[in-house]
Design a protein around this ligand. Structure first.
Ligand SMILES: *Cc1c(COP(=O)(O)O)cnc(C)c1O
Length: 436
């Protein structure tokens, strides 16, 4: 329609000749909604600008990390100062101690932590550690939960896999996933059955506490505490994948909201303040199995990178300031409530949810549909309607995730008036969706 996109189109054409699908991570390609992905030139605060000069209010925020918005001054300054002192040494630094101490202070269950370069690495390493520690091979993951793209975890994974509708990935040998058991999210009975079927063989259960890679699915009230008990009872480690929810749903992560005490926690996204970081941490007795303290090998040339540590530290220090998190949380609440009210007023069926600074909503195909796991998300969500919503909002300068099966995020840079203008635009879009 009105918006000029010729630069993005040209760049996407070129990118497709150079990079598979034109992107370095699948969901960016807009396959879930159709159309041409916008090539971004810069971001500032709550906004991003594309190659054609269009401005968008950003509800994706690099898929979660940018909780202070784009290019916050303190973070840019911290990175700049760190860079001037050298970008990597391959030797330990004071910054790593500082970020480790801060994360351990903020996340109640962590006693020790190891930094890596991505959430994928964090989950992969945490599972290797769980297997090393328990001497067991099998793991349980939940359908539609995404824990990065390590082979053994590409089973019933959400995120880009959900969007693209790939069953599992070719290139992953069956032998690699033979020990990866799956259960539906929110289904304790299924987990119980797996423990009975494979006694003393399950090393760990890994779970996204709030499922944000199949859209947005809340855990049922008792699901997480009961899951933790089941793990304890069966001698398996309870691994909370808080790569998305850490410092997002609460300053202490989902574990602080549900009173959990996971053996291991996976982190990423927010702790890197927009630079590539992941981490896994947990009980000292378990973490001491990691090399060189122990025998479980895990390493990384750029792990604990000084720029990334500086960005993470600057981000977390601002975030824990008086009232900072609460303000973002309130705005997220207002956004989700407003969206759901506007949809309802237009007679559009939706199911939405919000915890802390993270939110999500589904367009539903049928009344009374309740999405509580991956199967119901696939059965009841309406990606075609989401695609129409997405493009109508994009056209007016509001950037939501280019897939029905991803969560949305809010930042400290967003204002009440940003939310108001978004809601006004969304109300009009819901009305046109209702009549079309
Ligand atoms: C994003 C994400 C990952 C993977 O992190 P990357 O940094 O993309 O490798 C793992 N687990 C969860 C819950 C995530 O949201």
């Amino acid at each position: 329609m009105g918006m000029k996109t010729s630069q993005s189109e040209a760049l996407f054409q070129q990118a497709q000749t150079l990079i598979p699908g034109g992107v370095n991570s699948p969901v960016r390609a807009f396959r879930g909604v159709g159309g041409t992905p916008r090539f971004i030139e810069r971001g500032q605060g709550a906004y991003i600008w594309d190659a054609d000069g269009n401005r968008y209010l950003d509800q994706v925020l690099s898929w979660g990390p940018l909780i202070l918005g784009h290019a916050p001054e303190v973070v840019v300054q911290a990175i700049t100062e760190a860079a001037a002192r050298g970008t990597s040494y391959g030797a330990p630094t004071r910054l790593e101690n500082e970020l480790a101490a801060l994360v351990i202070e903020m996340a109640p269950s962590l006693e020790m932590i190891r930094f890596v370069n991505s959430g994928t690495e964090a989950c992969m390493s945490a599972l290797r550690l769980a297997r090393a520690y328990t001497g067991r091979d099998k793991i349980i993951k939940f359908e539609g939960c995404y824990h990065g793209h390590a082979d053994m975890l590409l089973v019933q994974a959400g995120s880009g896999v959900a969007t693209l509708g790939l069953p599992d990935s070719p290139g992953v040998p069956a032998s690699t996933t033979a020990h990866s058991l799956t259960a539906p999210f929110n289904d304790l009975g299924a987990v119980q059955a797996l423990f009975e079927q494979y006694p003393h063989q399950i090393a760990a259960v890994i779970v996204e506490p709030v499922a944000g890679n199949m859209g947005f699915v809340m855990p049922e009230p008792d699901f997480l505490p009961a899951l933790q008990s089941l793990c304890r009872h069966n001698g398996a480690l309870f691994i909370l994948d808080e790569v998305m929810t850490g410092f997002r749903v609460a300053l202490g992560g989902a574990q602080s909201l549900w009173g959990l005490d996971p053996d291991l926690t996976c982190l990423g996204k927010v702790i890197g303040g927009g630079l590539p970081v992941g981490a896994y941490g947990g009980k000292a007795a378990i973490m001491k199995q990691v090399a060189p303290a122990g025998s479980m090998y895990q390493a990384g040339t750029l792990s604990g990178n000084p720029l990334a540590m500086a960005a993470g530290l600057a981000t977390l220090r601002v975030l824990r300031g008086e009232g900072v998190f609460e303000a973002i949380e309130q705005l997220t609440h207002a956004l989700l409530e407003g969206l759901m009210d506007a949809a309802h007023a237009a007679g559009i069926l939706t199911q939405g949810g919000q915890v802390g600074t993270m939110f999500g909503f589904y367009f539903l195909k049928t009344p009374d549909a309740q999405i509580k796991d991956y199967a119901s998300a696939k059965a009841y969500a309406d990606p075609a309607r989401y695609a129409r919503f997405f493009h109508a909002m994009l056209e007016q300068g509001f950037y939501f995730a280019p897939s029905q099966f991803e969560a949305g995020f809010m930042s400290a840079a967003h204002t009440a008036s940003d939310v108001q203008s978004l809601l006004a635009a969304a109300a009009a879009v819901f009305q046109t969706l209702a009549s079309g």
